[in-house]
Design a protein around this ligand. Structure first.
Ligand code: BEZ
Ligand code: FE
Length: 307
């Protein structure tokens, strides 16, 4: 999109440029070089935005009110700032920058707010569903490194919403459901039962939801199952698998969908035997082969700004 700004005189342009330069130079004495880079670049881009759109004082004030509201609704359980970053695609861009393409390494996507440390451990072939309702789905695959060598003992955390679109932590009864972790076998393989993912909305009863509504955007996330895979010497992978055919794949509210992460969740004809002999009427199966990049491919920073 090109912004056609009203004609601004040379004198006015010069005044605006002088101010940006003054702000940039105010960071010249920053001892931490990285912090200096971050703040002077932020000043440049922020001022470019203000001058490009010719931001009005009323718009500036509305933005301050909006951000204040984002702060007020944020607490230990709800992080509206991250949600705002998510719907602006900023979270996905940060993930992209920090998980650079490396050979066939599996693509990363958003973490989301529903991961819980310390989920139950299941055996290979175990069921993560617990009390979560949904169509049973067999998920299997391998964990390998970027050279194709199997990774034994990789920790695989998985979590998802139930068929009503809610994570266990969204219920007020302390249930633990549709989340677990397991470890890959000696040949890198893994397998477990889950429920077939269904679409659900991100929390949209706050300022971010209002922003989506004002812009005609849907709060829905495409159906997905979350994975976090960790193994020594490897870059930690945070990702999802998405259900091919889901109607929200092209308009996921947080821009999390990557073509390489869309899988067939194959419906099984009634009576098809399950891999472990479990008796179920309807079930699906999906295969997700995971490739981890080496840990050396991870970005680090030494910036800390604490009060
Ligand atoms: C999720 O997938 O759980 C999620 C991601 C971003 C925002 C809200 C939810
Ligand atoms: Fe999710």
């Amino acid at each position: 999109m090109t912004i056609t700004s009203p004609t601004v005189s040379d004198e006015q342009r010069a005044r605006e440029a002088e101010l940006v330069e003054l702000v940039r130079r105010s960071f010249d004495g920053t001892p931490n070089e990285r912090l200096k880079t971050l703040l002077s670049s932020l000043a440049t881009h922020l001022h470019a935005f203000i001058t490009d759109v010719r931001l009005t004082e009323q718009e500036w004030s509305a933005a301050i009110d909006f951000l204040t509201e984002v702060g007020h609704i944020t607490d230990d359980r709800r992080q509206e700032f991250i949600l705002l970053s998510d719907v602006l695609g900023a979270s996905m861009q940060v993930i992209s920058v920090n998980n650079e393409a490396y050979g066939d390494a599996t693509q990363a996507t958003v973490f989301g707010p529903f991961f819980v440390e310390g989920s139950p451990e299941i055996e290979q072939g175990g069921d993560i569903a617990g009390p979560a309702a949904g169509e049973p789905c067999w998920v299997e695959g391998t964990v390998k490194d970027a050279n194709g060598a199997p990774i034994a003992g990789a920790k695989i955390d998985v979590w998802e919403a139930d068929e009503d679109g809610f994570y266990d932590v969204q219920y007020d009864d302390d249930r633990v459901a549709a989340r677990a972790h397991l470890f890959s076998d000696a040949d890198g393989s893994y397998r477990f039962w889950a429920v077939t993912p269904t679409p659900y909305p991100i929390p949209h009863d706050g300022p971010v939801g209002r922003m989506l509504e004002a812009t005609g955007r849907s709060p829905m996330r495409a159906s997905h199952l979350h994975f976090m895979v960790t193994a020594p010497g490897c870059r930690t992978l945070v990702t999802h698998i998405f259900v091919r055919g889901c109607e929200y794949l092209e308009r996921d509210s947080v821009f999390g969908v990557k073509e390489s992460l869309i899988l067939d969740f194959e419906e099984q004809a009634p009576g098809t035997p399950t891999p472990d002999g479990r008796e179920v009427d309807h079930w699906r199966r999906a295969r997700f082969d995971i490739v981890l990049a080496p840990a050396a491919a991870t970005q680090t920073s030494n910036v800390e700004v604490t009060s």
